[in-house]
Design a protein around this ligand. Structure first.
Ligand code: SF4
Length: 429
C-alpha cells in the first residue's frame, strides 16, 4: 500500500513542479514514506534522517517530509525530537500535501497533518490521474480497519474502515489500463471487507474484468471473516481472478486466535479453504504467521504446524511476535526468546519445504506467465505465474505486458526458470 501511496503522492506533487531524482544529493525535497508494521519502525526513521543529514552536511538542507504510518503514530513528537524534519503528514492527509509544502516554503511554518479524512483524500486524488505505468499496478479500494487485533497498529494509524466509491475505483482502474496496466492488484488493509452502498469486492472484480486490456486481477490483504459467499462464488464465474489467496491466519490455535482478538477460528478457516478448493483445486493459499504470541504453548504451536500441513500454504510470511506501541498486546508477557526462535525456525523450514516442493512440481510443465520486464542485464525476461511466483525465461522486450507460455525447466525456493514456448512453431508441428 505504501508503494501505491508513494506513487499517488508523486502524482500530486508533480502539480507544483516536483520531479523525481535518483541521486540523493540532487534533491531539494526528501520525502520518507514510512511503515509502522515492522519492528522498531520509529527508530529506523530517525536513523534514516541521520543518514540524510550526513549526505547534506555540506549542502543546502532539503525540505524533509515524513509521511505514512509512523508519521501518523508519532505526529508532533517527530517535529520536537528531530528539528531536521520540516513536515509530518499522515496517510489520510496526502491530499493536503501541496498546500502544506507551499505554505512551508512561504512561511517556514513546521506542521503536522494527521487527521483521518479518507473521504476528502480519495475525492482529491480521484481528480489526479494515476500515472503508474506498470504492467502490474496497485489500486487502493479500501483503507483502515475496525477489527482491532490486539497486536496490530493499523486501526490507530490508518483509521476506521473506509471503502472508496465504486465508480471512483472503476475510473482509476480505467486510468491504469490507459497507462499500460495489464494486472490490477486491489488493495486494502481489509480488502475483502470492501462495501460501498452494498457493492462488494466481488462486484468490483466482475466489473473490472470487463475492461478487455485487464488480463489478471488480484486482491490483498484479506481477513478470514470477510471471505463472504459472494466472494467465494466469484471464483466460479470470474475469468481473470488469479488462483492465489493471501488469507492471513496468524496462528493455528483457537486459543491464541482468541487472545489475539482475531474473531475467527480454525474450523471456519478450513471451511473457506475447502469451499474454494472445491470450486477450483488449482487455488492455493498464502498466509502470515505470528510465532510466540504471549500465551503460546507447545500444543498451540503444534496446532499451527498441523494447519500448515493441512493447507499446504505455498508462500507465507512468518515472524516472532514483537510488541507495537499503543496496542493491547504491548505489555503482555513475552515468551522465552529461545523457544520462540526455535519455533520460528521449525515453521520457516516447513513453509520453505512447501514452497520448494510446489515449485519443483512445476518442472517440465508449461505455465502462463504475465511478462513484467527484462532483467537488469537484459538477458532474460521476468514475469509471474498465476500464483505470483517469479519466472525467468528467454523472453524479449516485445513480450512485456503479454501472457506467454513458458515451459519450466528448473526451480528453486523462490523462482521458476524456463523457456518460452513458441506458439506459432507448435501450431506448424
Ligand atoms: S484485521 Fe488486519 S489490519 Fe485489522 S487489526 Fe487485525 S491484523 Fe490489523
Amino acid at each position: 500500500m505504501n508503494e501505491y501511496d508513494s506513487n499517488r503522492i508523486f502524482d500530486t506533487v508533480k502539480k507544483i513542479g516536483f520531479t523525481k531524482t535518483n541521486r540523493y544529493e540532487d534533491a531539494n525535497c526528501y520525502l520518507l514514506n514510512t511503515c509502522h508494521i515492522r519492528d522498531k519502525a520509529k527508530e529506523k526513521v530517525y536513523h534514516e534522517i541521520g543518514r540524510v543529514k550526513k549526505i547534506f552536511r555540506s549542502k543546502k538542507k532539503p525540505l524533509v517530509i515524513i509521511a505514512g504510518c509512523v508519521a501518523q503514530a508519532e505526529n508532533q513528537e517527530m517535529l520536537k525530537r528531530e528539528p531536521y524534519i520540516d513536515l509530518v503528514i499522515g496517510p489520510q492527509s496526502y491530499h493536503k500535501i501541496n498546500n502544506t509544502i507551499l505554505n512551508y516554503i512561504e512561511q517556514k511554518k513546521k506542521i503536522e497533518e494527521t487527521e483521518f479524512d479518507a473521504v476528502s483524500k480519495f475525492e482529491y486524488l480521484s481528480r489526479i490521474k494515476n500515472k503508474s505505468n506498470k504492467v502490474t499496478s496497485f489500486l487502493t479500494i479500501q483503507e483502515g480497519c475496525d477489527k482491532f487485533c490486539h497486536f496490530c497498529v493499523v486501526p490507530y494509524t490508518r483509521g476506521p474502515e473506509y471503502s472508496r466509491p465504486f465508480n471512483q475505483v472503476l475510473n482509476e482502474a480505467k486510468h491504469l489500463v490507459d497507462s499500460g496496466a495489464k494486472e490490477i492488484i486491489l488493495l486494502g488493509q481489509n480488502v475483502n471487507a470492501y462495501n460501498y452502498k452494498s457493492k462488494k469486492l466481488s462486484n468490483l472484480i466482475l466489473e473490472i474484468e470487463k475492461l478487455s486490456q485487464v488480463k489478471r486481477i488480484r486482491y490483498t490483504t484479506s481477513h478470514p471473516n470477510d471471505m463472504s459467499t459472494d466472494l467465494i462464488e466469484v471464483y466460479k464465474s470470474s475469468k481473470k481472478l488469479m488462483p492465489l489467496i493471501h488469507l492471513p491466519v496468524q496462528s493455528g490455535s483457537n486459543k491464541i486466535l482468541k487472545l489475539m482478538n482475531r474473531k475467527h477460528n480454525i474450523k471456519e478457516y478450513l471451511k473457506t479453504f475447502e469451499k474454494l478448493k472445491q470450486i477450483n483445486p488449482n487455488i492455493e493459499f498464502s498466509s502470515d504467521f505470528i510465532i510466540g504470541y504471549p500465551g503460546e504453548d507447545d500444543q498451540d504451536f503444534k496446532d499451527t504446524i498441523d494447519l500448515i500441513k493441512k493447507v499446504n500454504f505455498i508462500n507465507s510470511y512468518s515472524f516472532i511476535f514483537s510488541p507495537r506501541p499503543g496496542t493491547v498486546a504491548e505489555n503482555l508477557e513475552i515468551i522465552n526468546k529461545e523457544i520462540s526462535t526455535e519455533r520460528l525456525k521449525i515453521i520457516q523450514k516447513l513453509l520453505s519445504e512447501n514452497q520448494i516442493k510446489n515449485n519443483k512440481s512445476l518442472e517440465n510443465h508449461t505455465i502462463n506467465v504475465l511478462v513484467e520486464n527484462l532483467t537488469k542485464d537484459k538477458t532474460k525476461a521476468f514475469g509471474r505465474s498465476e500464483h505470483m511466483t517469479p519466472v525467468f525465461f528467454n523472453g524479449k522486450q516485445d513480450d512485456i505486458g503479454k501472457i506467454v507460455q513458458v515451459k519450466i525447466t528448473d526451480s528453486n525456493r523462490n523462482s521458476l526458470f524456463g523457456e518460452l514456448i513458441n506458439i506459432s512453431k507448435k501450431k506448424v508441428a
